[in-house]
Design a protein around this ligand. Structure first.
Ligand code: LLP
Length: 443
């Protein structure tokens, strides 16, 4: 099977230029850091488009496949515009994500609204903007959405989110009858949900499941499809309704380090389509439309983060810490999940590694370590560190911890760079603060 972009650590345009600096999207990475400051998120447009095209090519044999990019991985208007232009729809999980894609100009009928505790306001916004599908997660939401639909005199198109009894995290895979999960209906609750729907203002189109994230395992998708199709067939038969959609969620993994070996999108597509044909034959139903919600595998490899190296500390007879000007507030994943990353020094990418260092963040917490034990050349203050594969779940999970401004984001392509998210300013940080008058006098 051909390789796909999620199997690479670096963006596809990454190389070393004549100045001996790292280059991405035809832009000198050191110049990007000088021009826009650091920390800086950089998105390589070519890499993003290439993975979208990998997905489309991989599933070309099954025209009823719909790609719904999971916005939670990274949601900005510019990246949404690129992804929409590649023909993808969007999975959104909040008013914020919904509004972002709406303002980008996305066709809202290609948007699916997910989440285990959507608010009344969010559901009303979804109805007003005309999102294509709402994936209903629980009984509370079923009756709430029905009430809202009735009050607006509308029929709302929905999927039912089910818990298929499969859960997969990078290297672990469990399959049980029931799963202790906060998301979705247990399979034993589906009939009651469908019976409610049949006498409501909700129109059920099919079933939705999501089985985990950063998945390397392939068989888990086969099992998921078998469960979804079996359930779809059972419901069609029992209730004489036409259900012609399954949404199999996201989850395909990416390569953060050399030891990560995620499968190719082409392998996954082959497997999914085979499993689908088999299950459809076995349970005797028509081929349904299939929705996929990849997030990380779409945007991760396209993104890198640039930092400037500052202070360092040699612990006597111990580790050498080298600190950068960002850390856990712009990339929470190492401190939150012990996630590992690969990095190079952008102004000396080809120099020999002479030492093992630990890259520390600048935030006031001992756990703010970006990379443990990485081999690097001699480092000086002012060197530019480029951390790969930070496109997903970095900016989208960023915080203002320590009241530090969130970094800017730049899009690079064909030697051109454009700011797509501006750097927060100190005034942005206090923009929502209000000091009641009675407190001012005493300051
Ligand atoms: N669909 C649903 C219903 C989801 O819950 C998720 C992710 C996705 C799709 C997209 O999954 P992906 O293709 O990105 O694996 N913050 C964590 C990841 C949390 C994923 C949550 N759900 C991290 O940084 O690793």
């Amino acid at each position: 099977m051909p390789n796909s972009v999620n199997q690479f650590i670096r963006p596809v345009t990454c190389s070393v230029n004549d100045n001996g600096n790292l280059e991405i999207g035809g832009c000198d990475v050191v110049e990007l850091a000088q021009t826009y400051g650091t920390p800086l998120y950089v998105i390589d447009e070519q890499t993003l488009r290439d993975i979208c095209r990998d997905y489309k090519r991989a599933f070309v044999a099954y025209p009823k496949v719909n790609m719904m990019y999971a916005s939670k991985a990274l949601c900005t208007m510019a990246t949404s515009a690129i992804i929409a232009s590649e023909g993808f729809g969007f999975d959104v999980v909040s008013a914020g994500e919904m509004y972002t894609v709406y303002k980008t100009g996305v066709d809202m009928s290609k948007v699916l609204f997910n989440g285990n505790n959507k608010s009344v306001d969010e559901l009303l916004l979804a109805l007003e903007l005309g999102v294509g599908r709402i994936s209903v997660d629980n009984f509370f939401e079923l009756s709430l959405l029905d009430e809202l639909a009735k009050s607006k005199n509308k029929t709302v198109d929905i999927l039912l989110r089910i818990t298929p009894g499969i859960e997969c995290h990078t290297h672990e895979y469990i399959q049980t009858g029931h799963l202790d999960s906060k998301f979705g209906f247990d399979l034993t609750q589906v009939d009651e949900a469908v019976e409610f729907i049949l006498s409501s203002n909700l129109k059920l189109h099919g079933l939705h499941a999501h089985i985990g994230s950063q998945i390397f395992e392939t068989k888990v998708y086969v099992d998921e499809i078998e469960i979804l199709i079996k359930e779809l067939a059972r419901l069609q038969d029992k209730y004489s309704i036409k259900l012609d959609e399954i949404n199999i969620g996201g989850g395909l993994g990416v390569k953060y380090t050399e030891s990560d070996v995620p499968p190719s999108v082409y392998t996954i597509a082959d497997l999914i389509l085979n499993a689908l044909h088999k299950a459809v034959g076995k349970y005797g139903i028509e081929e349904p439309s299939v929705f996929l919600e990849p997030g990380r595998s779409i945007i991760s490899t396209a993104g890198v983060t640039l930092y400037t190296i500052g202070s360092s500390k040699q612990v006597p007879n111990g580790k050498k810490y080298v600190a950068v000007d960002g850390g856990m507030a712009d990339n929470a994943r190492p401190s939150m999940y012990k996630a590992e990353y690969t990095a190079v020094v952008a102004n000396k990418p080809e120099e020999k590694s002479l030492q093992t260092v630990t890259i520390a963040g600048r935030f006031c917490e001992s756990g703010d370590i970006l990379i443990h034990n990485i081999n690097f050349p001699e480092l000086e203050e002012g060197d530019i560190l480029c951390v790969f594969n930070t496109g997903a779940y970095n900016y989208s999970m960023a915080s203002n911890y320590n009241r530090v401004e969130k970094p800017a984001m730049v899009l690079v392509n064909n030697s051109q760079s454009d700011i797509i998210v501006s750097r927060e300013s100190l005034d942005d940080l206090i923009a929502h603060d209000i000091t009641p008058d009675r407190l001012r006098a005493d300051v």
